[in-house]
Design a protein around this ligand. Structure first.
Ligand SMILES: *Cc1c(COP(=O)(O)O)cnc(C)c1O
Length: 406
């Protein structure tokens, strides 16, 4: 890589943020100014292996050549039309995304939280128009310890007090049941239930993987009870777990799929609600929208992302390198790792609390050139770009072993 882009030091830039930037994050003290593939570089020219990949927004690594090329090509032709007019990129994006996921229709949005909000609106509309739930009585069943985003409605059904406290009054219409508990789920569903909304793997909660059969059970239960299965695959989807979608590990097809993060290729925010025609077909003109949703730049990048996933290469890499990750973490049992959960290139690692909090371990790893992020307590999350090499992954695991032995 070339010379640092800044004359201001990392410390100076971090200090400069304090008075002018809202304090809603507590970032690691690293100031990134360049990146390529699995590697980022700070303003002093120090290099780090990115083992977080933007919480899966960078599944294809930083600046994947095919994605950058698609973005450049589109920047030179057309970037924004609004949905007041058609644009020549949207049909192909929707066609290919629907085909990739095995569903029929696409509602393009921008951020993950918007996809979740849109999924909630679509499920409620379906409940009133198709299922016949009396007006304003629809309920949606969600899981404890969920993470679906940060809007007022979404934090209404969060169980994380830090995310909720001080932000009420909240949106009604949600029922919270324990994750991975089919009996509790069944008991919570009644004639008012529009949908069950869950993450197939709970990422923020610490990469919690439900028991085998849970997703099949949710599918069977929602079908039998006549409500929708809405799967939030914003973090778990698009190759991360070794399949295109995490629900594929149980060969389950939800009624509604929420996608985001990696769909934007690490370049622009792109999210989508993807669903069966009977469900997404309930929306009529004027009932929902987004100025930026489905813009031609987003559609061009999103199409290029789908094209990468159509090859199967990234899913295969995640599955194969996932074995390396799993073996590496298993070898750290008793060496500072007290537990871990992994699927594909995604792991929640519980570090011995005696060795420090997740935050402290993350800071030590940062000083050794590895970027990760704690989820909470002593759990760190590993989610490297799916383009990482086996050698780089081994290097990261070696550094983790070293840091935990300090
Ligand atoms: C990140 C995330 C969201 C929210 O996405 P934003 O783009 O940050 O709004 C929703 N659901 C899941 C599972 C996520 O990981």
């Amino acid at each position: 890589m070339t010379a640092p882009a800044h004359s201001r030091s990392s410390a100076d830039l971090i200090r400069a943020e304090e008075p002018v930037l809202a304090h809603n994050y507590h970032p690691l003290p690293v100031v990134v100014s360049r990146a390529e593939g699995a590697w980022v570089e700070d303003v002093e020219g120090r290099r780090y292996l990115d083992m977080l990949a933007g919480y899966s927004a960078l599944n294809f690594g930083h600046r994947h050549p095919a994605l950058i090329e698609a973005a450049h090509r589109q920047l030179d032709r057309l970037t924004l039309t609004s949905r007041a007019f058609h644009n020549d990129r949207l049909a192909e994006f929707a066609e290919r995304l629907a085909a990739l996921t095995g569903l029929d229709m696409v509602l393009p949005m921008n951020t993950g939280a918007e996809a979740v909000e849109s999924g909630i609106k679509v499920a409620r509309k379906w409940a009133y128009d198709v299922k016949g739930v009396p007006a304003d009585l629809a309920t949606i069943v969600v899981a404890a310890d969920n993470f679906h985003g940060r809007t007022t409605t979404i934090v209404s059904f969060s169980t994380d007090e830090t995310a909720r406290s001080g932000f009420g009054p909240f949106t009604p219409g949600f029922r919270i049941v324990p994750y991975n508990d089919l009996a509790a789920l069944e008991a919570a569903i009644d004639d008012t239930t529009a949908a069950v909304l869950i993450e197939p793997i709970q990422g923020e909660a610490g990469v919690l993987i439900p028991d085998d059969g849970y997703l099949t059970g949710v599918r069977e239960l929602t079908r039998r009870k006549g409500c929708l299965f809405v799967a939030d695959e914003i973090q778990s989807g698009l190759g991360r777990t070794g399949r295109t979608l995490a629900v594929e590990h149980e060969s389950v097809v939800p009624d509604v799929l929420l996608l985001g993060k990696a769909l934007g290729g690490g370049i622009v925010p792109v999210s989508a609600v993807v669903a069966r025609r009977e469900v997404l077909g309930v929306l009529r003109p004027g009932e929902h929208g987004s100025t930026f949703g489905g813009n031609p730049l987003a559609a061009a990048v999103g199409t290029a992302v789908v094209e990468l996933l159509e090859t199967g290469e990234f899913q295969r890499r995640a599955a194969e390198l996932g074995e390396v990750l799993r073996d590496g973490l298993a070898a750290l049992a008793g060496k500072g790792v007290v537990g871990f959960r992994a699927r594909g290139l995604w792991a929640g690692v519980d570090v011995d609390p005696a060795l420090g909090t997740g935050r402290e371990v993350s800071e030590r790893l940062m000083r050794e050139g590895i970027l990760v992020k704690d989820t909470h307590g002593s759990t760190i999350r590993l989610a490297p770009p799916l383009t990482i090499t086996g050698g780089e992954l081994e290097e990261a695991l070696g550094t983790l072993e070293k840091v935990l032995a300090l």
